[in-house]
Design a protein around this ligand. Sequence first.
Ligand code: HEC
Length: 137
Amino acid sequence: MQKFFGIMLTGTATVLLALGSFLASPVVQAGEEDFTPAMCKDKDNPPTEIVAQGYCLVVDRRKGNCMGCHLIQGMSSGNIAPPMVGMKQRFPEKDKLRTQIYDSTKANPDSVMPPYGRHNILSGDEIDKITEYVWTL
Ligand code: HEC
């Protein structure tokens, strides 16, 4: 009987341990990499990856400031524009996404979204990087 309870206890402990490590495992979701504004300000070790550079341009208030109008998960953002989710599904052609950012008035002549490329707010290179990041959202 003693031995039987011993086995029962060990069994339960193993199950709990397994469950614990399952619950503790980090949940990584698409488009939710560990990008932080601090990473963008790190002068000694600036982000080299294109997607990370795009993120930095998006959150920079003097550059994209896209979250001023768009909801972006994990950021305090505005909601006067469509939320940035499922971008790859909504823009299967990356070039269409780039055009929207380059010149929003192409799709909507009355758009309140700044035509970043046409008005030289951002360079072509910066728009490329932003497109890469937004496509991951
Ligand atoms: C001043 C507000 C504003 C800012 C800032 C802004 N947008 Fe927009 N954006 C809009 C609005 C409003 C729309 C909805 C379409 C329209 O009215 O032109 C839109 C539409 C879009 C769309 C199309 C979404 C869809 O579902 O069709 C994309 C992509 C987009 N914006 C990307 C960006 C990116 C990237 C930035 C930053 C570089 C940005 N926007 C900054 C207001 C803004």
